[in-house]
Design a protein around this ligand. Structure first.
Ligand SMILES: NC(=O)c1ccc[n+]([C@@H]2O[C@H](COP(=O)([O-])OP(=O)(O)OC[C@H]3O[C@@H](n4cnc5c(N)ncnc54)[C@H](O)[C@@H]3O)[C@@H](O)[C@H]2O)c1
Length: 276
């Protein structure tokens, strides 16, 4: 059972959306914050918000796809607070394009941020938590980590990898009988700026190779779903409550898990791939 009061939360992708929502939920539970993001401007605004409310908050610009920057984040956390207790590997990006037409540079970018980011987070932070015999490591996957939709190939691959990574970590921790726990967040649609931020952050920033109108239509559908989505502060509250209860799976929209069940049923019944 993870304690929050006077403990330290490290959140990546904390300048916006779900990461900021998690930071707010941790702050409300008495945690001190180390906020990391690529975007220094949003980090400054977040630190100002928290310090105004009397919360201890520090920040560091950090590209989670670079091991040395994640190592520097851990060092800065130790230098500032002397420890880290809840670590949320949350930074992520995504653009819709068919697996056939996605540029290799985009595959590399999405996998580097969305999958290697959490891998580096585990590599760097898990030993610190284990040395304390206290803490919780979380990573943000997606429903795209449980079901593979069309036009989201690179994102699906990364997010399935994150689920696999965190399940392995949690099983290994349990086998060691430590007090450290792991979990994975699989959100459905959340009302954040991920589409716009991903376009801005995308290396090269050229448009993805056209899939006829398909990528544009998928992007518009995703944007519409996000705008109707859950508020990121509510996701933060759910994550904090789930971590407090040592839950492994954190689902914002549990009803979507039915699609996973449907696929398992088809796997058993006639080995067909369901529509998604
Ligand atoms: N919004 C949704 O509907 C949704 C659904 C499922 C999963 N997710 C996942 O939730 C996580 C958070 O996304 P969000 O929706 O809050 O988006 P967001 O764009 O609002 O926040 C993501 C933050 O990550 C930062 N970031 C991007 N690349 C980075 C890098 N290399 N290093 C450090 N920071 C980086 C961005 O600057 C941004 O502040 C992501 O992993 C995303 O894949 C989001």
């Amino acid at each position: 059972m993870q304690q929050f009061e006077d403990r330290v939360a490290v959140v990546t992708g904390a300048g916006s959306g779900i990461g900021l929502g998690m930071a707010r939920a941790f702050a409300a539970r008495g945690m001190h914050l180390m906020l990391a993001d690529m975007d220094a401007g949003t980090l400054d605004a977040a630190v100002a918000e928290f310090t105004k409310d009397g919360v201890r908050a520090a920040s560091m610009t950090c590209d989670v796809s670079r091991l040395e920057e994640v190592e520097a984040l851990a060092q800065a956390t130790l230098d500032t607070y002397g420890g880290a207790h809840v670590v949320c590997n949350n930074a992520g990006v995504g653009i819709p394009t068919s697996a056939r037409n996605m540029k290799l540079a985009d595959w590399e970018w999405i996998l580097n941020v969305d999958l290697w980011g959490p891998i580096y987070g585990v590599k760097v932070f898990l030993p610190l938590l284990e040395a304390q015999d206290e803490g919780h490591i979380n990573a943000t996957s997606s429903m795209a980590g449980l079901i593979s939709s069309q036009m989201m190939g690179a994102y699906n691959v990364a997010k399935h990898g994150v689920v696999a990574l965190m399940a392995a970590v949690e099983r290994e921790l349990r086998a060691k009988k430590t007090n450290v726990r792991a979990s994975v967040l699989c959100p459905g649609p959340i009302n954040t700026n991920i589409s716009r931020n991903s376009v801005t952050l995308r290396p090269g920033q050229a448009k993805p190779k056209a899939d006829g109108d398909k990528a544009g239509k998928v992007a518009a559908n995703i944007q519409a779903a996000l705008e109707e989505g859950m508020h990121p502060n509510d996701v933060g509250e759910l994550v904090a409550a789930s971590i407090a209860e040592d839950k492994f799976w954190i689902l914002t929209h549990p009803r979507y898990a039915k699609a996973v069940q449907k696929q398992l049923d088809a796997l058993n019944d006639d080995q067909t791939l369901t529509r998604a």
